[in-house]
Ligand binder design. Structure first.
Ligand code: AMP
Ligand code: ZN
Length: 473
């Protein structure tokens, strides 16, 4: 399998640290509001990666944090505390906000068939661990105290901007955000590990530490939660591309300073979902959530299908028209799968099965190319293989794609069977006679029978699934 690695800017063969096992870390949500569908694009694509690794036989352990403290609105060390902002907005405590939006996040994930990682850790439950690692960084000379806060000293590293050769003046936090630089910092790129001098007098969550009462910076949580649960060598770290800098850059700085060796081998970054008028935002106009999609009549899985139609390393534009196109394509796919679920089991056509399975694996092996994987799904439907072979392949592919393909195909058939169960016997009799007439190619009689059915208030139509009868409203 080949994965694009943001560290090397190349597709690299994926070789885990320990044979047959994969350790995988995902930056979890900041639980101050609902996740928008942009955030969820990242989690969908990470879920595909995890499921595919399991599909090809790896023993995967995946860990995710929940950011319930320390994430300021700038992604650096400035701006408001996101959690405090959420609590004020809703006149609740920070912990109430965290609980509510953590549950909401997992509800959304469930609707989108995103598997819950094996280990999920809220940052507030790991404070002792953060203090332990920060103390070690202080002892090793990688961290310093200034103005009451503890900072990471980026000048102690051979290379800090690991993902890109950034121009420090352009990207150092503070300068970038157009706010006053923090006078306490020895170097522009230094970042806070522990705040004691909070700008926020009403900071709700504070803990005792060797440096005074305070709270952790945002970045330290992911390093500590990952290292504690996945050990010193991490195979894959995931997240949206916005997290590459400063968040992941800082994670690498502090983890490698603490460990004294390279920490994570593969960095998997998902490009953003944007709206046609720019960046997806939680504060701008219509806030795009899974619930909003449902209110507008879209099955959440259609959004998942929409995401899978493009490559994770390309930014994706969301519009209702684009989602409608995905809905049409999805429904057509389901209509084609439906007849395969009927009929009795046949022997699997092994040659066709192997050929198409290999094509699917080639697609996913090539840097998780889901769009190509979906093309293979269409190839299955077009293939000359029997229905059982096609159905077996679709069932296997959907273990990775997670689009409820067979379930929804069966549901479609059930719904149409239910609809025909409510049809009066007299109409059904005419429908049967019409079927016979059509079989005998007596189309004049078939038309006559159709008129009789219409006169009784029903419409009869031929579809791929067979004859469809609906009540005329
Ligand atoms: P947050 O809740 O802000 O910490 O973000 C959760 C995840 O969503 C992170 O991995 C972000 O990098 C990712 N993310 C944020 N905005 C977008 C977007 N528009 N498209 C895709 N992923 C995003
Ligand atoms: Zn993180």
């Amino acid at each position: 399998m080949y994965l694009y690695n943001s560290l090397s800017h190349k597709k690299e063969e994926f070789i885990p640290h320990e044979e047959g096992k994969v350790s995988m870390y995902t930056c979890g949500p900041t639980v101050y509001h609902y996740a928008h569908i942009g955030n969820l694009r990242s989690y969908i694509m990470e879920d595909i990666l995890e499921k595919y690794l399991r599909f090809v036989g790896y023993d995967v352990k995946r860990v995710m944090n929940i950011t319930d403290v320390g994430h300021l609105t700038s992604d650096g060390d400035t701006g408001d505390d996101k959690m405090l902002k959420g609590a004020k907005r809703e006149h609740k405590t920070v912990m109430e906000i965290a609980k509510f939006y953590t549950d909401a996040f997992f509800d959304d994930c469930k609707k989108l068939n995103i598997k819950t990682p094996d280990v999920v850790v809220p940052a507030t439950t790991y404070i002792d661990e953060f203090i332990r690692v920060i103390s070690s960084l202080m002892d090793k000379g990688y961290a310093y105290e200034a103005g009451g806060n503890i900072y990471f000293d980026t000048s102690k590293l051979d290379k800090y901007y690991v993902f890109n050769d950034f121009n420090e003046d352009d990207l150092a936090v503070g300068v970038r955000d157009g706010v006053e630089a923090d006078e306490n910092k020895r170097n522009k790129a230094d970042f806070v590990l522990w705040f004691t001098k909070s700008k926020f007098d009403d900071q709700e969550l504070k803990w005792d530490s060797p440096w005074g009462v305070g709270y952790p910076g945002w970045h330290i949580e992911c390093s500590c939660i990952s290292m504690k649960n996945l050990g010193e060598y991490l195979d894959i770290h995931c997240g949206g591309i916005d997290n590459a800098f400063p968040h992941h850059t800082n994670e690498i700085a502090q983890s490698e300073a603490y460990l004294g060796h390279k920490w994570c081998n593969y960095w998997f970054h998902i490009l953003h979902l944007n709206t046609d008028d720019g960046k997806m935002s939680k504060s701008k106009g219509e806030f795009l959530t899974v619930s909003l999609l449902e209110e507008k009549g879209y099955l959440p899985v259609i959004y998942r299908f929409f995401c899978l139609q493009s490559h994770y390393r390309k930014s994706l534009v969301f519009s209702w028209d684009n989602l409608d196109n995905a809905k049409t394509a999805y429904n057509k796919l389901i209509e084609k799968i439906a007849p395969l679920t009927q009929g009795s089991a046949e022997d699997i056509d092994k040659a066709e099965y192997d050929r198409l399975m290999q094509a699917f694996r080639d697609a996913l092996d090539s840097d998780v190319n889901t769009a190509m994987g979906i093309t293979v799904l269409y190839d299955v439907l077009k293939s000359k293989a029997n229905a059982s072979t096609k159905l077996a392949l679709i069932g296997e592919f959907d273990k990775v794609l997670g689009c409820d393909l067979i379930e929804n195909a069966k549901k479609l058939l059930e719904e149409s069977a239910k609809a025909s169960a409510d049809i009066p016997a007299e109409v059904m009799e005419l429908v049967e006679q019409r079927k016979e007439a059509r079989k005998a190619k007596d189309f004049a009689l078939a038309d006559e029978l159709r008129d009789k059915i219409t006169a009784l208030g029903y419409e009869v139509k031929e579809t791929r699934q067979g004859t469809e009868i609906t009540k005329i409203q």
